[in-house]
Ligand binder design. Structure first.
Ligand code: GLU
Length: 467
């Protein structure tokens, strides 16, 4: 079988975590099998369209490195890839079903349908069209919809899903659903079945929310006499309390990319409900493609743990080359007029602990402010300042400034040993003189970061004004 998968977003909003996972799985499945992954814009519900949404969705996919082989922007052999440009095909398909008496026109008024729903609900029955127009001989035309005719002889529908297995549905629960609306636009049910057939989709990978409609889709494929694609309905994403929602914060991909590396986000999302080994947490894109197996996606909902995303992002940060990391941070954080070399060094110092790109400590770029006391524990300010005076004299006469923090440590510690100076009493004021903070990288890192001139300037400031 030639593998063809698709992402079929409705352009009604932003790309969120759930839709990113859907896309990613469809993409990984196609790439794993050397197949085609395509994009189709499902804009038939005209009342819900959000202008610019399709373009933003595409941009966001690009920003996380998900590429498609066919789509509205690049075309392809089965275009157009926008449903509102394919209306003639849906009308023709609905017409074919009418001709074969597998569909019929219905002009029940909205008032009648509302009344019907209310009556059923009062009797605690599920909403279901009563087939009022099924057997009419006078054919309604203007303003009518086209409904699918569920055969009276049908007792059950069996559908199959490669994550959930076989599902058997009592046909009595299905009603004659609408295929074509009165505005001439198709419903999702008709449009995607026509398209998935015409576009040769081999696997429909989509969110669980569509599972209840699967019997309708299966019946449509069967009515047309078309082969059904393989279905994979992805389980729900769970937040802190139930279904992932706004309560759990903004889950739009664009929000995550403000602080997270695209590859870390993709790695994280790939493992929401699937893990090839159960042990390994970090997968390159190539590894994900090589390992992906849609049939191994768990059928139970996946809990989204944002703490884990931060941790994973930190792991990706650790693996980056400092210059690339510096570029990523510069676009997200106000680094004032920090010079490139200074900024690069600050990045090297923070790289071992940074987890969010937008959380780079600001004090590096701000005027010095002493927040921690110079005196070490039970020692005194006088002793601290004495040590700083000696240290300043020693550093001042160094002919070459240490080339890295380890060098600085070696030089200063040798001098301290020589002079019999105690670690806390010397290095605590040294570090506070440089950063001013209760916690910061150590004094050797900071001396390397600032260089000779600024280190001496800060020491002098602490000696004169430090508290
Ligand atoms: N347009 C549908 C949605 O956005 C697509 C569902 C599908 O992939 O079939 O949910």
């Amino acid at each position: 079988m030639h593998i063809r998968t698709r992402f079929a977003p409705s352009p009604t909003g932003e790309l969120h975590l759930g839709s990113l996972r859907t896309t990613l799985y469809a993409y990984l499945h196609a790439r794993h099998h050397g197949g085609v992954f395509y994009l189709r814009i499902e804009d038939t519900d005209q009342s819900r369209l959000v202008s610019g949404s399709a373009e933003r969705l595409m941009k966001q996919l690009q920003s996380v490195g998900i590429t498609w082989d066919e789509g509205p922007d690049i075309g392809g052999p089965y275009g157009p890839y926008v449903q509102s440009e394919r209306l003639a095909m849906y009308r023709q398909a609905a017409g074919q079903l009418i001709a074969e008496e597998k569909a019929y026109r219905c002009d029940c008024s909205p008032e009648r349908l509302t009344q019907l729903r209310e009556d059923l609900s009062a009797r605690k029955l599920p909403p279901k069209y009563d087939g009022h127009c099924r057997a009419r001989t006078d054919v309604p035309e203007e303003g009518s919809v086209i409904r699918f005719r569920i055969s009276e002889n049908l007792s059950k529908v069996t559908v199959s899903d490669c994550i959930h297995g076989d599902i058997i549905i009592d046909a009595a629960t299905l009603d004659d659903f609408v295929l074509l609306k009165s505005d001439g636009f198709p419903t999702y049910h008709l449009a995607h079945v026509v398209d998935d057939h015409a576009m040769m989709t081999s696997h429909v990978i989509r969110a669980d929310e569509w599972l209840p409609s699967l019997p309708k889709h299966a019946l449509l494929f069967r009515a047309f006499g078309w082969e059904e694609p393989v279905y994979a309905h992805l389980p729900l994403l769970l937040g802190a309390k139930g279904k992932l929602s706004k309560r759990d914060g903004d889950t739009n991909v664009s929000q995550f990319l403000q602080w997270c590396l695209p590859d870390a986000l993709v790695n994280f999302v790939a493992l929401l409900g699937w893990n090839p080994s159960g042990e390994q947490e970090i997968y390159s894109r190539e590894e994900l493609i090589a390992a992906f197996d849609v049939t191994k996606v768990h059928s139970s909902p996946a809990k989204v743990n944002f703490e884990k995303l931060e941790w994973l992002n930190g792991e990706y940060i650790r693996r980056m080359d400092p210059d690339t990391l510096a570029t990523q941070i510069r676009t997200r954080v106000d680094t004032g007029n920090a010079e490139n070399e200074f900024f690069r060094r600050a990045v090297v110092l923070e790289q071992p602990r940074l987890r969010r790109l937008d959380a780079f400590p600001q004090w590096y770029f701000q005027p010095y402010m002493q927040e921690a006391p110079l005196a070490w524990k039970k020692s005194t300010l006088t002793v601290a300042k004495e040590r700083l005076v000696e240290l300043r004299a020693f550093l001042q006469q160094l002919a070459t400034w240490p080339e890295n923090p380890a060098d600085a440590e070696r030089v200063v510690k040798a001098w301290m040993a020589d002079r019999g100076l105690e670690t806390g009493e010397t290095l605590w004021p040294f570090r506070v003189a440089l950063s001013g903070k209760q916690t910061s990288p150590g004094p050797f890192e900071l001396a390397w970061l600032f260089g000779k001139e600024e280190t001496l300037r800060r020491l002098s400031y602490a000696i004169e004004r430090g508290v």
